[in-house]
Design a protein. Structure first.
Length: 232
């Protein structure tokens, strides 16, 4: 009997936002997969560890994925990781592969998911709370009201790209672009065109909530989500 691969969303950072199903899958699986070289360097693992103490007793299968746009390097990393997973699946072991937020939203896991399925194995997705939903909760604002559009842009968005959309714009993992984006948003707010918000490290240690985008530090870091809404 071959094992099953589960892509487990552990939510945005707050261990209390991990679903009951995710906790059960982690407890029941034989192996924990992580998208990093070590558990200590894996944010998803550290989040899950606070909710499921039994995780520390389970063997780890590390699939480090480089932070690069080089397609060949990424493909090689996923190929090697998939081979590691298949070896364990062939031995009948079930694997809970951890993914921060929800696997279906720019998740590292999804590439492994499709490759494992193509190889003829069983793989399932366990939904997690997406970071932008937790960000909206922290801000106390709706992402979408009535017929308002919602647009989600990954960290690779170009400066000003979001301006072509109306409604709510969610700028994920803004990182090194924060300085430029902040200056643009402050000017648009002064012109009464938009209202912008931000949350850094949502649900994690050091979370900071900004209802005034002007107070957002330009070195806020990788886990920064900006929400831009049309002025009412």
């Amino acid at each position: 009997m071959k094992g099953i691969l589960y892509g487990v969303g552990v939510g945005p950072g707050d261990p209390e936002l991990i679903t009951i199903k995710a906790v059960r899958i982690i407890r029941e699986c034989d192996i924990i997969g992580i998208p990093a070289a070590t558990p200590a360097s894996c944010t998803a693992y550290q989040v899950a560890r606070k909710a499921v103490q039994e995780i520390e007793e389970k063997p780890i299968l590390a699939v480090p994925v480089p932070m690069t746009k080089d397609k060949k390097k990424l493909s090689d990393a996923y190929k090697e990781g998939c081979q590691k997973l298949i070896i364990e699946l062939n031995n009948g072991r079930n694997i809970a592969f951890l993914n921060l937020g929800d696997p279906a939203v720019y998740g590292t896991y999804m590439e492994l998911h499709s490759r494992v399925l193509e190889a003829g194995y069983r793989a399932e997705i366990v939904s997690g709370v997406p970071s932008f939903c937790a960000v909206a909760a922290a801000l106390g604002i709706p992402l979408g009201a009535r017929k308002e559009n919602i647009h989600i842009l990954p960290g690779s968005y170009d400066i000003g790209e979001w301006e072509q959309y109306s409604g709510t714009r969610i700028l994920m993992k803004s990182g090194g672009k924060i300085g430029e984006v902040k200056k643009r948003l402050v000017r648009l707010e002064e012109e009464d065109q938009v209202k912008a918000y931000a949350v850094t490290n949502c649900g994690m240690e050091g979370q900071a909530v900004f209802h005034d985008i002007g107070n957002l530090k330009e070195d806020a870091g990788y886990f920064t989500t900006i929400v831009v809404k049309d002025s009412q």
